[in-house]
Design a protein around this ligand. Structure first.
Ligand code: CTP
Length: 417
């Protein structure tokens, strides 16, 4: 697994070398990114020698020939996207007040802050600074913002500080930072051994060679599910209708266009699959006849449509013992009632219910809010980034694998039975 260590400028920067060694002892592939200030305290060469990888020291390569310091490498703005996609965790130690402020406010003026914005991997920060900076209201507010975004904070310790003052602000023990990284990564490996088939995007049914019937699905939620599952150790097969998205790394991609193609792609792979996630928005109808040539305008046009097959229902009919089947439902009114009806009608283990009439969530948005609906429960997952939501949905799916607990009073049955 790949861990990126971000090193900021501060006396404690030298302790990052110890952290890198400790992470490597856990067989992690460690890469280092240094801020400009960090390079005033430690040479990039130290980290290059420890990790065997070039250290990324800046966003821009001024003369186009590589960064000046031995072992250092400036990276292009495209490379931070790549680093962001391939890392399994980002740990920033020491994290200065300045870098925490940049993270909290979405400022991306160096490689590390751009990486923070671009990655969907879990982020851990281990702050180190002067006690007054640590206790300042601005730093408190920034940390609160970051904690609210699920950034794991390994708090500094109290003691004698390099600035001569005594108080909180000393970088946490290496062991505490390593523990935080390991606990985040272990959580991420909880789908090892599962093969997850995810459908995504909106299928298209051609009317003629240039037009089709389609829908507004962007595929973002399905792709987020695929990426999250892959990061947590599952083998992932992504059966995708056309989208404008780049497929996640290390996922087997099966491109399809029509509902029938999606049906065949899914059914052909069902025997390898342990969890089916049907996030695709599937065309329910297709033109009975597809014109060979482009249709010409000539007064009113009536299309005759025929229903397509319900892939989810077919999957449920052919499921093997132990296989989990999860459907999605995008509803515009009476969402809960329609979702419940769909859950029972389709026989899925759960339906991820999406009320697309809400502003700013659902189709094509980067954020979403859903209800995870099973026969006994309706779990509200509040508005958040789709990638983050994908992890919460996976947590709920994994909970279905565990023996069912006795219902607590707060878990009121939604089906009434
Ligand atoms: N689905 C499917 N095959 C279809 C239609 C839908 O597999 N032909 C799946 C979708 O991928 C989704 C779930 O069924 O996981 C619910 O899709 P939705 O379009 O909301 O359900 P419909 O059966 O079309 O119900 P309705 O038209 O009544 O809303």
């Amino acid at each position: 697994m790949k861990v990126t260590v971000g090193v900021c400028g501060g006396i404690a920067a030298y302790k990052a070398a110890e952290l890198v060694r400790a992470l490597e002892k856990h067989a992690l592939d460690v890469h280092v990114v240094m801020t400009e200030a960090a390079q005033q305290f430690v040479q990039p060469l130290t980290f290059a020698a420890l990790t065997g990888h070039k250290v990324i020291t800046g966003l821009w390569d001024a003369d186009g020939s590589g960064a000046g310091e031995p072992g250092a490498e400036a990276a292009s703005s495209i490379e931070h996207m790549d680093a962001a996609q391939t890392t399994d965790a980002l740990v920033v130690a020491p994290a200065t007040a300045n870098t925490l402020a940049k993270f909290a406010h979405g400022i991306a003026d160096d490689f590390l802050s751009a990486l923070y914005l671009a990655t969907t991997a879990p982020v851990i920060v281990a702050p180190a600074m002067n006690v007054n900076m640590w206790e300042h209201a601005a730093t408190r507010a920034n940390l609160e913002t970051l904690a609210g975004r699920n950034v794991r904070i390994v708090s500094p310790e109290s003691g004698y500080l390099a600035c001569g003052m005594t108080g909180a602000g000393r970088l946490a023990e290496t062991e505490a930072i390593v523990d935080a990284v390991l606990s985040v990564l272990q959580h991420r490996n909880d789908l090892a051994g599962e093969t997850m088939l995810v459908t995504a995007g909106g299928t298209r049914e051609a009317l003629d060679p240039v037009r089709f019937l389609g829908n507004r699905s962007s595929g973002k939620m399905g792709y987020a599910m695929a990426e999250a599952a892959q990061r947590r150790g599952a083998r992932v097969i992504l059966v995708t209708a056309p989208t404008a998205l780049r497929p996640p790394a290390n996922v087997e991609v099966v491109p399809v266009v029509t509902t029938e193609e999606m049906r065949q792609a899914v059914m052909n792979r069902l025997d390898q699959t342990t969890i089916v996630i049907k996030a695709a928005a599937v065309a329910d109808y297709r033109p009975r006849v597809q014109a060979d040539q482009k249709l010409r305008r000539s007064g009113p046009l009536t299309l005759e449509l025929e229903p397509t097959q319900d892939i989810l229902a077919e999957v449920v009919a052919q499921r093997r013992a132990g296989m989990l089947v999860i459907g999605f439902a995008a509803e515009t009114q009476d969402a809960l009632a329609h979702g419940r009806d769909k859950l029972l009608r389709k026989g899925a283990d759960a339906i991820v219910l999406n009320d697309v009439s809400r502003e700013g969530v659902g189709f094509d948005a980067d954020r979403n809010a859903v209800t995870f609906l099973t026969r006994d429960r309706a779990m509200e997952l509040p508005e958040m980034r789709k990638r983050e939501l994908a992890d919460h949905i996976l947590d709920e799916i994994l909970a279905l694998r565990r023996p069912r607990k006795v219902l607590a009073e707060s878990d009121a049955p939604v089906s009434g039975d």
